[in-house]
Write a protein that binds this ligand. Structure first.
Ligand code: FE2
Ligand code: FE2
Length: 265
């Protein structure tokens, strides 16, 4: 099983550049070309939130048009820049978006690894939110298959990253989520977005990672009290999660654009 995790697309209206600078639509276009050229191709592409920039229907129509040429099956979850109603309205054929009536959260059971998707969106706030209803839903889903290797996808990381400006946004409910994960060691990997930078840590008994953005990256500001949040135009990238019985679950970081090579040694 090969799952590509593409995060923080921040697609705007056609022709719009984020901050007047970042052509997020073009970044996604290049990412789709890269994904379509992969050999072997991914079995699934997971888009882990901040799909568009303001949650407007026009942005979702634009997102849909950009994803039309993606040859691999793909699924979406929302981030803090998304709007659940507009998202569902733009993708009525994505039936899993309605698996839960209140939140965009669902389970995919078609692969050797069970894929669970959790909604952390709290409308109007930048930070993540896991209330009792969402955590009870998660607990019940995990209880259905306590021995099946599982990956959990959610937009907001529930752990600190050392990037203060991002960590301040946080994720309410993280401690209860940690308790649930400690009781469910079948969760092999927790996969998040939101930080716009690849991050890896051990958290609540599992391995947790953050995918880089397939558009702009957040500045690597690790000094405590570092200046306000800024971004830079480091290369767009995504994660590739490979599961094979003889390998286990390993995660690779892939840059969207091409570079010279390969060369023989
Ligand atoms: Fe984002
Ligand atoms: Fe975000």
């Amino acid at each position: 099983m090969l799952v590509a995790q593409v995060s923080d697309l921040h697609v705007g209206r056609p022709g719009e550049r984020l901050g007047g600078r970042v052509d997020t639509a073009d970044c996604l276009r290049r990412c789709v070309v890269r994904l379509n050229a992969m050999d072997p191709p991914a079995d699934l592409v997971v888009l882990t939130g901040d799909l568009v920039n303001t949650g407007s229907p026009e942005e979702y129509r634009h997102l849909r048009s950009l994803l039309e040429s993606l040859a691999t099956r793909w699924v979406l979850i929302p981030g803090n820049h998304d709007d659940r109603s507009a998202l569902r309205a733009a993708f009525p054929d994505h039936e899993y978006l309605g698996q839960d009536p209140d939140f965009v959260q669902f389970v995919i059971e078609d692969f050797p690894v069970r894929l669970v998707f959790l909604d952390t969106l709290d409308p109007g706030r930048d930070g993540g939110f896991l209330d009792d209803a969402r955590l009870e839903w998660l607990e019940a889903r995990l209880a259905q298959a306590p021995h099946a290797p599982t990956m959990l996808f959610m937009h907001h990381p529930p752990f600190a990253t050392g990037l203060e400006a991002m960590d301040r946004m946080g994720c309410v409910g993280a401690q209860r989520l940690a308790r649930i994960l400690r009781q469910n060691p079948q969760v092999e990997r927790l996969c998040c977005g939101h930080i716009h930078r690849p991050v890896l840590t051990r958290w609540a008994g599992t391995t947790a990672c953050v995918a880089p953005s397939c558009a702009h990256q957040i500045t690597l500001a690790l000094r405590p009290g570092a200046s306000p949040l800024t971004y830079l135009l480091e290369p767009p990238a995504f994660l590739l999660h490979l599961w094979r019985p003889d390998v286990g679950l390993v995660t690779h970081t892939c840059l969207v654009d091409s570079f010279p090579g390969p060369y023989s040694f």
